[in-house]
Design a protein. Structure first.
Length: 334
């Protein structure tokens, strides 16, 4: 049969011939490795089929924290609904992200804590540590409602899973006998472990190779000399820049920093002084002040440790004041 002039043979649509299971598998890979929400949203907007399969519970349950990284300025009912869909799919990152947003930003304390507890059941280390901070501070309740034993238990579990701030917090608790039996030697061992893990993470993230015999780190070249160099561990004399010290912010911490930067906090309430935390007080004088200067306050030992290295170490108290106290102490002994 002779075809009319201009007739084109239709090409088969390979995508349409793919089985749904294959497309869902590909979307699961994308959702678990996306670097931003736009990577995934652009796919959902491609066609009705991808939009439908992209919202499959299996795909949503595999979504990573970067895909869920909604910005505070873009917060909307649609963003809230998407996070709820991920929660309904059993996504542990969504449990933690929406739990933190509801607890601190939307002031829905009970529901926020409940969502974080669901993440804890799935052994989500950041959720364990966040609930521990809430218990230590009695956040969302009265001062008398602090539960130190519960905080220590949650912190110990997060430390077991390798959460560095939890290891440091747990070490201080054990060393000081805060909510647990005092054991100075064990507490110091945990603090050393936290520092060692943090140093290992820095070296690994910045591709710094060292000999297994662990040579003197002071002999290593300074990283990014053009940027502000700070000491991570003064005992080792290893200088690194601010970004290497603090690492990347978790998306939910970035959200809270932006949220309260736009909306502010309640009268008489303060933000944690560590700029990458974002936690606000839920009642007056909830956070602990720096014992050196009393001018800054922190929600946890982890935030205090980070802020000390990146900023507060040079702002806490003038060196002359420290030297003056030292001289007075010596004269008093003599």
């Amino acid at each position: 049969m002779k075809r009319p002039r201009g007739y084109r043979v239709p090409r088969s649509d390979i995508f349409e011939s793919l089985h749904d299971d294959i497309v869902i598998y590909i979307l699961c890979k994308l959702s678990s490795s996306a670097s931003s929400p736009s990577d995934f949203i652009s796919v959902l907007l491609t066609c009705k089929r991808l939009n439908k399969l992209g919202l499959n519970p299996l795909v949503l349950s595999n979504s990573c924290s970067k895909l869920l990284a909604v910005r505070a300025k873009n917060w909307s009912d649609e963003a809230h609904t998407f996070l709820k869909l991920c929660v309904n799919a059993g996504n542990q990152e969504a449990y933690y992200t929406l739990g933190m947003i509801r607890f601190y930003c939307l002031e829905n304390r009970r529901n926020g804590a409940s969502l974080m507890a669901k993440a804890v059941i799935k052994s989500h280390a950041p959720a364990l540590y966040s609930l521990a901070v809430i218990q230590f501070n009695g956040s969302g309740g009265l001062k008398d409602e602090k539960d130190l034993r519960a905080g220590v238990a949650l912190c110990a579990r997060a430390a077991f899973l390798g959460h560095i701030d939890a290891i440091r917090e747990f070490g201080h608790c054990v060393q000081d006998g805060y909510g647990v039996q005092k054991n100075v030697a064990e507490g110091r061992r945990l603090l050393v472990q936290a520092n060692a893990r943090e140093l290992a993470r820095v070296l690994n993230n910045n591709n710094i190779n060292i000999n297994p015999s662990f040579p003197q780190l002071s002999e290593l070249p300074l990283c990014n000399r053009t940027r502000c160099g700070l000491e991570l561990f003064s005992d080792y004399g290893f200088n690194i820049n601010i970004d290497m010290i603090t690492g990347d912010m978790h998306p939910v911490n970035r959200f809270m920093v932006e949220w309260f930067g736009l909306k502010g906090v309640g009268e008489g309430l303060r933000m944690c002084s560590y700029e990458k935390c974002g936690r606000p007080e839920t009642r007056n004088n909830e956070f602990r002040k720096c014992s050196g200067c009393g001018k800054v306050n922190y929600c946890s030992r982890g935030c205090q440790s980070h802020d000390w290295r990146v900023r507060h170490k040079t702002e806490c108290a003038p060196i002359e004041e420290w030297m003056g106290h030292a001289i007075d102490d010596v004269e008093g002994v003599v």
